[in-house]
Design a protein around this ligand. Structure first.
Ligand code: GUN
Length: 296
């Protein structure tokens, strides 16, 4: 194995430390405590784990955590009424509605009812448009975490060929926008892309966000490339449950210059960036300077 392993767990811990430092300063100098509201509708076990972790890490960073757990059969009107209350609550600087929502709720309508300046997921159509036009916005947490790791490892990304495999609204599209913002030459590839292996082999930066276990083998990776694996796939192997990424780690690590592992790569960065976005939203709400290194 020749690749450097990019330790997302350690990197996320440094991001959380920076966040906690800024939170302490906000309290001390301005008597302000940033607050994050998380809304969970229904009882999806994976979502419950995520929400618990978010709440725990929010409190550990010194911020207020407001959890709203609603029954699966909650009506759209009731959910919109809660979001309206949170939009107007000055103690709440960030609002996150955990996805997926139960089928009877219109996710686009719900997300777009969040006040854009409190949309710490960066999913509101206004934030999508601001990011796409290079204006100050809230940036989706997972792509923001990937960008931080890339900048940390590579320094200047300008002129590099970046290939993002996956075109989701949550990861692929905003990732491409962020890389473009850092002056990469960006290709978005997906399941219909012709000659996908060839396209991947051109990448100095390869971001895999397709949700298909170990889809990208080492011989699709350009020697020396930086590989960011966003996939978190649960598989059964040798009778055991295992977490694997979208990249075949062992073969890719033989070829890549650097690679994120699964678990312990991109995953821990997502919540760290959610905390960072909450502090950013709080600073903007109060007209205070934003923390360095925690935004795009
Ligand atoms: N479900 C899985 N990931 C996410 C995320 O980043 N944000 C929200 N709101 N829901 C999710």
């Amino acid at each position: 194995m020749s690749a450097k392993i990019i330790d997302g767990k350690a990197f996320a811990a440094t991001v959380r430390e920076k966040v906690a430092g800024h939170v302490a300063k906000l309290k001390e100098e301005h008597n302000i405590t940033p607050g994050l509201a998380v809304v969970l509708v229904g009882e999806d076990p994976a979502s419950e784990v995520y929400v618990r972790n978010k709440g725990k890490q929010t409190v550990e960073a010194g911020m207020n955590s407001f959890e709203h757990k609603l029954p699966a059969e909650t009506s759209e009107a009731d959910l919109l009424a809660l979001i309206d209350r949170l939009n107007n609550d000055p103690a709440v600087h960030g609002i996150l509605v955990q996805l997926p929502l139960p089928g009877h709720l219109d996710s686009d309508l719900v997300i777009n009812s969040i006040e854009p300046s409190k949309d710490v997921d960066g999913f509101h159509i206004s934030n999508v448009g601001l990011l796409g036009t290079g204006q100050k916005s809230m940036v989706p947490c997972t792509p923001l975490g990937c960008l931080m790791m890339l900048r940390d490892h590579l320094g200047n990304l300008s002129g590099l060929n970046a290939v993002v495999v996956g075109r989701s609204n949550i990861v692929g599209k905003p990732m491409a926008q962020l890389l473009l913002g850092d002056s990469c030459t960006v290709t978005i590839a997906h399941s219909r892309t012709k000659d996908l292996p060839e396209v991947c082999r051109r990448a100095d930066i390869l971001v895999a966000a397709v949700g298909r276990p170990e889809m990208i083998p080492g011989d699709w990776v350009k020697p020396g490339a930086t590989v960011i694996d966003v996939g978190i796939n649960r598989i059964e192997r040798d009778g055991k449950n295992k977490l694997v990424g979208d990249v075949e780690f062992a073969s890719a690590a033989e070829v890549a210059g650097a690679i994120t592992p699964v678990p312990g790569g991109v995953g821990p960065m997502t919540i760290a960036c959610l905390l960072a976005n909450t502090v950013t939203a709080c600073c903007r709400a109060h007209g205070l300077s934003e923390p360095d290194g925690l935004t795009a």
